[in-house]
Ligand binder design. Structure first.
Ligand SMILES: *Cc1c(COP(=O)(O)O)cnc(C)c1O
Ligand SMILES: [Zn+2]
Length: 407
């Protein structure tokens, strides 16, 4: 049957049977999945996990799916790479990159969609849908294709062309909305009320969000069953950040790791940084903003989990940083030139955030630090294409030598 027992309101605690809803009808608080942790503790040992598949389904007892087949595109178990070159530049001796660029549709969204699409099919839906800042659209469309489901993906019309093509290719209906993400999301909430579709990040959001916990589990397992001292996480809605923290703490609670002394550091692009602003002002409610940034995958002006992300920063003694669009570009290039990893704008955001934290001394040289690189740079080439230039030569040695001299 799986170990997910019910849904529970994060505010008033009211419990609901598992079903496609995300808001408490009593107090409008967000719902979260609750598990039978005693049952999980009995079966989920380190050895049990290591016998599992080499993807996120090795943690299926802690994911809200029923028994039976899952929609499996082999998301997860992405490389955790030691970043000695980047570390040397920043004065950090124990730095790692969690490289989620190499998921099936090239972003971490495959983790959440693997779970949401499986739950949706188990609940009897034949159509997957989403409101997307770009990466989610591609992942939903691909998983629907794999599962033989229909798909409707809603995106802001001004999205990067590669992300539109990269979603459309899987054959969904792509709906380009003349508006920003927050307007797309509002429209989708209305559509969800009128059509019997599984909107992965709306009506099945409590299940969807659980998929991000695997970014905590994997890092802990790949570090040899321990939680790092610092994690650097990009924030759009704030869901990923809260679930990385939840993942470490669940591992501790069921006895898979000893302790969690991790500080969770959030980074947002300055042009869309409502959660960072709230943190700096020392308040817990997040004032919505109108996004204006090249980091489109993070351009959510009214973040659904902003409040809970702030709570994680408090509980973990973390920090919040906003970086400029220029720093985003510098961050993309720095990661590529030091570690050979081409991340998207969200990667530029966290790498620049890391640089600031290292230079200010907020992160100490010997601490074990993990940076989450959540999406692939091939999808946001337009932000860096003017900063790179090939040597153009005639097919002669003389021309090549001349070009080399003038370089
Ligand atoms: C969606 C997304 C995020 C942030 O996710 P939230 O859970 O909404 O905070 C980070 N990086 C990339 C590349 C994304 O596509
Ligand atoms: Zn409630």
């Amino acid at each position: 049957m799986g170990f997910a027992k019910a849904l529970k309101c994060r505010e008033c605690g009211k419990e609901y049977e598992k079903q496609p809803i995300n808001i408490c009808e009593w107090c409008f608080g967000p719902l979260e999945v609750v598990y039978d942790y005693d049952g999980i503790r009995k079966v989920m040992t380190r050895a049990h996990i290591q016998r599992g598949p080499h993807n996120l389904w090795r943690y299926r007892e802690l994911l809200p799916v029923e028994d039976g087949p899952v929609i499996d595109m082999h998301a997860g178990m992405t490389p955790l790479v030691r970043a000695d070159n980047l570390g040397r530049m920043l004065g950090l001796e124990n730095l790692y990159i969690k490289n989620d660029c190499v998921n099936p549709t090239y972003s971490f969204k495959d983790r959440v969609v693997a779970v949401a699409s499986t739950v949706a099919r188990q609940m009897g839906f034949d159509t997957l849908a989403c409101a997307s800042t770009g990466n989610l659209a591609g992942s939903v469309a691909a998983h629907a294709a794999k599962a033989g489901m229909k798909a409707f993906v809603f995106i802001p019309a001004d999205l990067e062309k590669v992300k539109i093509v990269g979603a459309s290719i899987y054959g969904p209906t792509v709906v380009a909305v003349n508006g920003n993400y927050d307007e797309v999301n509002r429209l989708c909430s209305e559509v969800a009320d009128n059509f019997n579709w599984a909107f992965v990040n709306i009506n099945v959001r409590p299940f969807y969000a659980e998929g991000s916990k695997t970014l905590g589990y994997e890092v802990a397992e790949q570090l040899g069953w321990r939680a790092p001292d610092n994690v650097i996480v990009p924030v759009a809605s704030g869901s990923l950040l809260t679930k990385v923290w939840k993942g470490f703490n669940e591992f501790k609670d069921i006895g898979l790791i000893d302790q969690v002394q991790t500080r969770v550091h959030m980074v947002q692009p300055q042009g869309c940084s409502p959660v960072v602003t709230a943190f700096s002002e020392g308040v817990m409610d997040v004032r919505p903003v109108k996004p204006n940034t090249i980091a489109k995958s993070l351009a959510i002006g009214n973040p659904a989990d902003g409040y809970y992300a702030l709570k994680v920063l408090k509980d973990s003694k973390g920090t919040a940083t906003a970086v400029t669009d220029n720093e985003v570009i510098e961050g993309i290039k720095l990661l590529a030139e030091t570690e050979g990893i081409f991340g998207e704008t969200a990667a530029g955001v966290v790498i620049s955030g890391l640089r600031r934290l290292a230079l200010s001394g907020a992160i100490k040289p010997k601490e074990l630090t993990v940076v989450y690189v959540t999406g692939n740079g091939l999808k946001t080439q337009e932000v860096v294409e003017d900063t790179v230039r090939p040597l153009v030569v005639q097919p002669t040695l003389a021309s090549f030598k001349k070009a080399l001299e003038s370089k």
